[in-house]
Design a protein around this ligand. Sequence first.
Ligand code: DUC
Ligand code: ZN
Ligand code: ZN
Ligand code: ZN
Length: 480
Amino acid sequence: MSIIIRNGTVVNADQTFSADIYCEEGKIVAIGTDLDVPADAETIDATGQYIMPGGIDPHTHMQLPFMGTVASDDFYTGTAAGLAGGNTTIIDFVIPAPQESLLDAYKKWREWAEKSASDYSFHVAITWWDDSVAADMETLVKEYGVNSFKHFMAYKNAIMANDETLVKSFRRCMELGAIPTVHAENGELVFQLQQELLNKGITGPEAHPLSRPPVVEGEAANRAIQIAQVMDVPIYIVHVSCKESLEAITRARSEGQRVYGECLAGHLAIDDSVYRNESFEFAAAHVMSPPFRSTEHQNALWKGLQGGNLHTTATDHCSFCAGQKAAGKDDFTKIPNGTAGVEDRMAVLWHEGVNSGKLTMNEFVAVTSTNAAKIFNIYPQKGAIAVGADADIVVWDPAGSRTISAKTHHQNVDFNIFEGKTVNGIPTHTISRGKVVWANGQLNVEPGSGRYINRPAFNPVFEALAKQAEHHAPVAVKRK
Ligand code: DUC
Ligand code: ZN
Ligand code: ZN
Ligand code: ZN
């Protein structure tokens, strides 16, 4: 099967140019003008449209078992919705229960994900520590293509990693050429603030952001960054939502530390007034962690993207329906945390970012695709319109528009946090490894068409760091 995309403008993270793109057997095989292609090649006319690398959402949770329930989008519905929104790859999370074997959990998630419609990969969470965890990390890096490990600094009495686990796991990441990532919130503070709020009788979803103020996130981001500095390892902070954690990242980067930051489309577009809505259902539907923030923080996040201190955009897609959110009707700490958005991230970012002049088109490509591919070491297989790259392509119509609604979205959830928002700029075609899977409003996918993406270790960087650490090795003083 072959495809020729004609008359479009190619937008990569580093350049924009007019060219036709020819794809064969799942790869981009030629880029140029007047390409000689087989007569039976499927033709897409991209006149007036942009041809960009398919989106990579580096942070999703399909069918996650969490807070007593399971996220409503499974790997099929979630990835299909992602394709409708221009995403050709997701990086999801294996989250072992404390004491559960990492490898067993990993294999379980791999089975769940076999029905994925788009390509996918996994970060693996370190929720506890002993020698078997250190050994399994090595197996995951060397045999299963995992090069990133996630640490939840929140969710006390569940999946929270304490400082001992952070230190040991970060050091292990350094030895293995993997990158540690963190959900940065001080779990002890969250827990204590939750108890105080409940004791005062503030039990509704308006208490959710009060239990997780920005400083709680800033403290944890800063602590994780400092631990990474001592352990000589790069670090990636997921869902940066506030000024405080952005400041920690900015300071560390200015001192030469390799720190990467991710922010969510939801945090950029939605503010914390949603929690004060009179409808429990509406407010609870927005309960996610970290919470939506005030406009002051939203503005800071845009500056972070513009200034290069934030590198990727994601969704933390973790969908729960109203019936599931109702578990926290009398106690906000029991509302399953999570919101959807894998289908809407790119269009919301284009609309809010490119149309307003906050981001250039090339920056849009960088923060929706290329940077994630580079940081998680799948570039240029993913994240670029280039000869030899996977034919993961989104054809983008800047003149097209869509009003986002749960009534019409493809996500398997009864609520949309962007409900009623009209976005200008939409994907007309999504091509996943050389197959047109979304065209003019129609999905053409089946369970299992996605592939698992191996992400190799980053040995050059980590070997250099290990040498540097050796050079600064402590020396014992010889005494008589
Ligand atoms: N935050 C959420 O809102 N949901 C899933 C996990 C997380 O950290
Ligand atoms: Zn998180
Ligand atoms: Zn998450
Ligand atoms: Zn030195």
